[in-house]
Design a protein around this ligand. Structure first.
Ligand SMILES: *[C@@H]1O[C@H](CO)[C@@H](O)[C@H](O)[C@H]1NC(C)=O
Length: 468
């Protein structure tokens, strides 16, 4: 009786005390919770790169890291795994010991090697800011994407009958998004990328804008052009028509699910108004005090439209969506003599790049040697070639406007506000095809729908920022 009472007391005491091993990350956290049993299948055997935090819930540095680490998980969504192991949980203690954990938190990056199930495991010892961690992980995402040139693309195509996907791009590097897609379809679809300057390949597939993803389903089947958004989920859906993705995708959050998929489209005309590196590379918002001071703010890479043809096909057809153009002055150095507004605009460039990419507004620079630049200035009645002009125009809708204050202005374009000018005759090149036009209009509606969703997400994000 005595001992029963003692037991009951003890039990009730234990019940009210917080359990020492309560996890730091809740069920709703974007951070993947892993333990001694699941580590092997979820992390070690994965074709994805992972970062794993070994922590104890009572550790102050672990608690401090939590907001940044959750941000890392959100930014790497669909690209890599961001996991945590609670080493205070008795069941995990031997495992944490085996992993050589001596202090909390310990961050380890786990990169797949050639030998399945035998990944390379390294301690992450860089700054504990979201951006630094994201960069370190992105760098280690395996690259199964072959870079092809005019010389070797035919040989690659005829290697076998397997489904193949090719991204035509202006970029020389392989984006994290494309690498992650190649991982999802490893063994099922072979991936390659071809630069815009490989004119033989570009012509063979009739590619007119960049980036464009095409799928060669295999055998005799015709190539299919992807026309959706350059986002993970709809792209996986599109590619799934040729092969099933592997069973172990990098976790994708449910809230960002995009409804759109364009699996049935076979048109050869592509909207060129989304860039993989702008719309899909993680952009990390780190509170000011978390930013490593020594890292210079990176200016956005403006894609150049060097020729009149590039300018016309990208922005000046009757099907072109909104384009933002920086018409550069006719000086030797492109950034000499920037007038006030342009300088200001480019100085706040990291915010600008962020903002433009958030809303997927394509942003191009047009050098003065591009004859289209002069023509456009004349047609729109803009100043002479000694000044920078930043303009936005939309061929489909037939409007253009000059840029005043960049931030307000991005919002205004996106929301359709502000004064717009009618584009004069002759600027826009007609490109007619009724069926395609209807498709365009449908896409435009869908895009607006998505933008609404995005806006809501952004609001949510802002709330989260406020809490930090
Ligand atoms: C990893 O890739 C191979 C193809 O190389 C595939 O068979 C396997 O299912 C993938 N593993 C996981 C866990 O998805």
């Amino acid at each position: 009786m005595h001992s029963n009472l003692a037991l009951a007391l003890l039990a009730s005491l234990l019940g009210v005390l917080p359990t020492a091993s309560a996890n730091l990350y809740t069920k709703n956290s974007p951070v993947l919770q892993v333990d001694h049993k699941t580590y092997d299948s979820l992390i070690a055997k994965s074709n994805y790169t992972s970062i794993v935090e070994f922590y104890a819930p009572w550790c102050g540095h672990c608690q401090n890291l939590k907001p940044a680490y959750e941000k890392v998980a959100k930014n790497l969504e669909g690209l890599a795994k961001v996991a945590a192991v609670n080493c205070d949980d008795d069941a995990n203690k031997p495992f944490c010991g085996q992993m050589g954990i001596q202090g909390f938190p310990t961050l380890k990056i786990v990169t797949p090697s050639k030998k399945p199930g035998k990944p390379r495991v390294e301690d992450y010892q860089g700054p504990r800011s979201a951006k630094a961690i994201v960069d370190a992980v992105v760098e280690r995402i395996p690259n199964h994407v072959k870079r092809l040139t005019d010389k070797d693309f035919q040989a690659w195509l005829s290697e076998d009958d397997k489904p193949k996907a090719i991204l035509f791009t202006e970029k020389g590097t392989t984006s994290a998004l494309l690498r992650s897609l190649a991982i999802d379809f490893l063994g099922g679809i072979k991936f390659a990328q071809i630069r815009n300057k490989e004119s033989g390949a570009v012509e063979k597939f009739g590619i007119t804008s960049f980036p464009t993803l095409i799928l060669l389903p295999g055998g005799e089947a015709e190539p299919v052009v992807y026309e959706g958004e350059l986002k993970k989920k709809p792209m996986v859906e599109f590619l799934s028509q040729a092969a099933q993705p592997n069973p172990d995708p990098a976790p994708a959050s449910t809230s960002k699910a995009s409804k759109k998929s364009s699996t049935s489209s076979t048109s050869s005309v592509v909207r060129g108004n989304a860039k993989p590196t702008q719309s899909t590379e993680p952009i990390v918002d780190v509170p000011e005090d978390e930013k490593p001071a020594q890292v210079p703010v990176k200016a956005p890479e403006l894609d150049q439209l060097p020729t009149y043809e590039a300018l016309e096909s990208t922005c000046l057809t009757s099907k072109s969506g909104t384009c933002v153009l920086v018409l550069l002055p006719a000086t030797e150095s492109p950034d000499a003599d920037l007038p006030g507004p342009a300088k200001e605009a480019l100085a706040s460039s990291s915010e600008l790049a962020h903002k433009l990419s958030q809303h997927r507004l394509p942003f191009y620079s047009v050098p003065a040697i591009n004859t289209g630049s002069k023509t456009l200035r004349n047609q729109l009645g803009l100043s002479e070639e000694t000044a920078v002009e930043i303009i936005a125009l939309n061929g489909r809708r037939g409007w253009w406007r000059r840029v005043a204050k960049i931030e307000a202005w991005v919002d205004a374009i996106r929301l359709g506000e502000g004064h717009k000018n009618k584009l004069p005759e002759g600027v826009i090149v007609e490109e007619k095809d009724e069926a395609e036009k209807q498709e365009e209009e449908k896409q435009e509606e869908e895009k607006q729908e998505e933008e609404k969703q995005e806006e809501e997400e952004k609001k949510k994000e802002e709330v989260e920022h406020d809490e930090l």
